[in-house]
Design a protein around this ligand. Structure first.
Ligand SMILES: [Zn+2]
Length: 105
């Protein structure tokens, strides 16, 4: 059976969260080590980040990237980075935030 977008988002949120936990388990200091995310441009913790080719993405952007891949919104990280630049991804970002908000309630 095909997964619904909601299910995919939920699954990806769990995966992204687990990556942070795994990284911190391996090296707790990572939480306090920062880099400039290639995607959102913010200074972010290494914990849960992933390097896609040349670009290291923070955990938040990894979630966007993986969700975007799973939903077939784009097929490589460069497209996500380009899209972030012109805010074309606003829609999918909002979708994820909405799902997150629902869960937190
Ligand atoms: Zn980022």
């Amino acid at each position: 059976m095909e997964k619904t977008p909601e299910e995919i988002v939920e699954e990806m949120q769990a995966v992204a969260k687990q990556m942070v936990l795994d990284d911190l388990e391996e090296n707790p200091d990572l939480e306090y080590e920062f880099f400039d995310c290639a995607c959102c441009g913010k200074s972010k913790s290494y914990a849960g980040s992933i390097k896609y080719g040349e670009h290291r993405l923070c955990n938040d952007c990894v979630l966007l990237a993986e969700t975007g891949f799973a939903l077939k919104k784009f097929d490589n990280v460069q497209k996500l980075i380009d899209a972030m630049e012109d805010n074309r991804l606003e829609e999918i970002c909002n979708f994820i935030r909405t799902e997150q908000a629902k869960k937190d309630n």
